[in-house]
Design a protein around this ligand. Structure first.
Ligand code: ZN
Length: 127
């Protein structure tokens, strides 16, 4: 659903940053070796940016300057009926409308997508 949304890895010092694009479970890396042809997980993407932390999603930003982590937190606290509007607002990027409709059909699928992007233990699925 978030496929194609541009993101950026920014190190604490802000000296290093690396562009990426969300692709399925990971990120297409924009470093000079990968050239957006390789999908990496958050840790690998961080390593290609020349950094290493325990929480790469705290350093990966959407175009509006929010981190993946902040967005997931925001979505978690959004009421279910507001979730899809919230997603459009928080990512700050136009999203794939066709995928969006499919995604919207299933809140469970939406939650799973967030889990895939953010990591299995971080998003609690409401039962
Ligand atoms: Zn790379």
């Amino acid at each position: 659903m978030l496929d194609g949304v541009p993101v950026k890895y920014v190190s604490w010092s802000r000296e290093k940053n690396l562009k990426g694009i969300i692709k399925g479970t990971g990120y297409l890396c924009g470093c000079k070796d990968c050239k957006f042809t390789k999908a990496l997980n958050a840790y690998e993407f961080e390593r290609h940016a020349g950094c290493k932390t325990k929480h790469p999603n705290n350093h990966i930003y959407f175009e509006n300057g929010k981190t993946i982590y902040a967005v997931v937190q925001e979505l978690k606290s959004s009421p279910q009926e507001m979730l899809f509007e919230a997603i459009q607002n928080v990512t700050g990027s136009p999203i794939n409308q066709k995928n969006f409709r499919i995604w919207k059909a299933s809140y469970q699928a939406a939650t799973r997508e967030l889990q895939r992007i953010y990591g299995k233990d971080e998003v609690i699925v409401p039962s």
